[in-house]
Ligand binder design. Structure first.
Ligand SMILES: NC(=O)c1ccc[n+]([C@@H]2O[C@H](COP(=O)([O-])OP(=O)(O)OC[C@H]3O[C@@H](n4cnc5c(N)ncnc54)[C@H](OP(=O)(O)O)[C@@H]3O)[C@@H](O)[C@H]2O)c1
Length: 310
């Protein structure tokens, strides 16, 4: 007689966020999903869309999250204090959330025999100039240290640039300003940022889940966008140039020489791993020097975003 196979369990921290919510959708049918968030209203709305998810309400040290970790085969840790300007002013809170809580969660996961822990990092961790980037850099380093301590758990880091239209992104701020008929605030039109769509971000996380080896840092081969290009999507708005804010770079890097230089590459990803024996011969990956996302693609992403919000 055929026995029904039990689904594996997946804990997604930050499931109420832009990326976390999309990961819930991606893995809903494949896994028993534990969806974590601090905001009860957002969690309940997620449950309306995905009735079989199990809700984990609270901060990253809440008892519920420990319980979910104990039952999980896979943890995808997206929760973070990701706002650069807030991080500059709330250093303690940002360090505690992004560094301490990440370490505690990853350590707990390994102690409870979680098979795989995927950590979502950012390009701002590469040669960081702000508190947010430094916290993500430190979290990456702590995760890599756990690779040595817990060989039975696969720790994989996914490091990427901006997700078009994610919560709090420049596109969301400009859409808000437009709705209020206020001018859009531009820090510096010449600024460039690595950027891809939410779907591409989910695909990168899925690559980490399916192909990641312990100690891998997976970096998608991203194109970039200048604020000047993005402004073309808002050509009817008044523009106010406000200048760069503390900690912000003019251009970002996804990788700089001096970081881990061994690993492999595929058509879409660089995969760094300190334990690999193959040299990658990677040069700096700088958002000013790479291929640009076309304005046509930006328009397409904006339409997708507006459809999703409707
Ligand atoms: N968005 C991007 O462009 C981008 C680019 C590179 C990397 N990343 C990384 O990708 C991840 C997800 O980004 P996102 O854009 O989806 O972020 P988001 O929309 O701001 O969502 C963040 C999630 O983390 C939760 N959270 C924040 N602080 C927390 C805390 N102290 N304790 C527990 N939960 C907390 C939030 O809960 P509430 O809903 O309760 O606030 C929310 O569920 C982050 O790690 C971010 O650093 C994002």
């Amino acid at each position: 007689m055929a026995t029904a196979t039990r689904k594996k369990s997946l804990l997604i921290t930050g499931a109420t966020g832009s990326l976390g919510g999309e990961l819930v959708a991606r893995y809903y049918s494949e896994y028993r999903v534990f969806a974590h968030g601090r905001n009860a209203d957002k969690l309940l709305r997620l449950k309306m869309r995905y009735p079989r998810i199990e809700l984990v309400l609270g901060d990253l040290r809440a008892p519920g999250i420990r319980d979910a970790v104990r039952q999980a085969n896979l943890v995808i840790h997206t929760a973070a204090q990701k706002y650069v300007n807030l991080a500059e002013r709330h250093c303690f809170y940002t360090v505690d959330t992004n560094v301490n809580c990440t370490f505690e969660l990853a350590d707990l996961a390994a102690r409870h025999g979680v098979e795989q822990f995927v950590f979502i990092s950012t390009d701002k961790s590469s040669f960081p100039t702000n508190v947010y980037g430094i916290t993500k850099y430190l979290a990456e380093r702590l995760i890599l240290e756990l690779v040595e301590v817990y060989p039975q758990t696969k720790f994989v880091i996914c490091r990427f640039g901006n997700i078009f239209g994610s919560n709090g992104s420049v596109v969301q701020l400009w859409l808000d300003a437009t709705r209020r008929q206020q001018p859009i605030q531009v820090t510096d039109p010449e600024m460039t940022r690595f950027m891809f769509s939410l779907e591409e971000a989910v695909e990168a996380v899925h690559f980490a889940v399916t192909h990641g080896r312990s100690g891998d840092i997976i970096i998608p081969k991203m194109k970039s966008v200048s604020l000047r290009d993005l402004m073309q999507l808002f050509h009817n708005s008044r523009i106010e140039v406000i200048g760069r804010r503390p900690g912000e770079k003019v251009h970002e890097t996804l990788y700089v020489q001096g970081e881990i230089s061994t690993g492999y590459e595929t058509e879409k990803y660089y995969v760094l791993n300190p334990h690999d024996t193959t040299r990658l011969h990677l040069r700096d990956l700088n958002s000013a020097e790479c291929e640009r996302v076309s304005v046509k693609t930006l328009r397409h992403w904006l339409e997708q975003l507006q459809r999703r919000a409707a």
